[in-house]
Design a protein around this ligand. Structure first.
Ligand SMILES: Nc1ncnc2c1ncn2[C@@H]1O[C@H](COP(=O)(O)OP(=O)(O)OP(=O)(O)O)[C@@H](O)[C@H]1O
Length: 259
């Protein structure tokens, strides 16, 4: 039998007043799977990320990370259980350096006195050196070591998005959720991002679930794609299956003019 899923959602749903934003969402992700979630604007994609990370408490259903139920856990606790995410809008600490932004990611897996050590007390050189090294290693994924001391806010847009991914990776997730990682990127940057997403999966052995409107990216790197429409999954399968599914073409791809 295959390995236990790292991320499982069962009959997950949420209502906002009278609106059912997500209903009966199910997923079981293998440890190194790359999956995509697509659907028209307002279909509920980001809401699913918010449910998976406990930003929203589900009205129905369960989420399991590595087999453990996330019910009642805080966002930080769920992150420690193994799920990390990026956001549609960049949320970096723009006044801090590139390396400091990565270090912030590490702090989530440390006890609070270690955080104090790193940021306030200069005595713990060995620890600092260790974290510096780890940060450099992560920055190396995107060849960003040379930018360590730049202020994050001064980086070009594409580099800021890459840094966000690294900061999420610094929390040592088993599952990485990427919310529109290619948004605002030019075709060359998107192509590079695709290689890097594969590289992250291969090198770090983690599962990646992504929301994306860029169909080249979705169809190019996802092994499984789920299509969401009005809060419900209307189709699920390989990129080929999805592209040929009449329901999908009607709900989404047709409107986008993608063949
Ligand atoms: N906190 C909230 N309160 C009320 N309604 C909400 C809330 N969050 C999301 N919704 C509603 O849930 C639905 C799904 O929104 P969501 O942002 O998840 O869609 P999406 O598929 O991510 O869209 P997009 O592709 O535009 O980002 C929308 O109708 C939205 O208005």
């Amino acid at each position: 039998m295959g390995k236990m899923p790292v991320l499982q959602a069962q009959h997950l749903g949420i209502d906002f007043g009278g609106l059912t934003a997500v209903d009966d969402f199910n997923i079981a992700m293998g440890p190194t799977e790359i999956a995509g979630l697509i659907g028209p604007n307002g279909a509920g994609k980001t809401t699913i990320f918010n449910l998976l990370t406990n930003v929203y408490q589900p009205t129905r259903g369960t989420v399991l990370i590595d087999g453990y139920d996330t019910a009642g856990k805080s966002v930080v606790q769920v992150n420690k259980m193994g799920i990390a995410r990026t956001f549609q809008n960049i949320r970096l600490f723009s006044q801090m350096t590139v390396e400091e932004n990565v270090l912030v990611g590490f702090t989530n897996s440390m006890s609070s006195h270690l955080v104090t050590d790193i940021f306030r007390l200069p005595g713990h050189w060995r620890q600092e050196a260790e974290f510096h090294e780890k940060a450099q290693e992560l920055l190396g994924i995107f060849d960003m070591q040379g930018l360590s001391d730049e202020r994050a806010g001064n980086l070009p847009y594409g580099a800021q998005r890459r840094l966000e991914i690294l900061r999420a990776l610094a929390t040592h997730p088993k599952v990485l959720l990427l919310d529109e990682p290619a948004a605002g990127m030019n075709p060359n940057e998107t192509e590079e991002l695709m290689d890097n997403i594969r590289k992250i999966r291969d090198d770090l052995h983690i599962a990646i679930l992504l929301i994306e409107h860029d169909m080249n990216l979705v169809m190019g790197i996802c092994e499984v794609v789920g299509v969401l429409d009005y809060g419900k999954i209307i189709a699920k399968g390989s990129p080929e299956d999805i592209q040929n599914d009449p329901r999908v073409i009607e709900a989404y791809l047709g409107k986008q003019g993608v063949k």
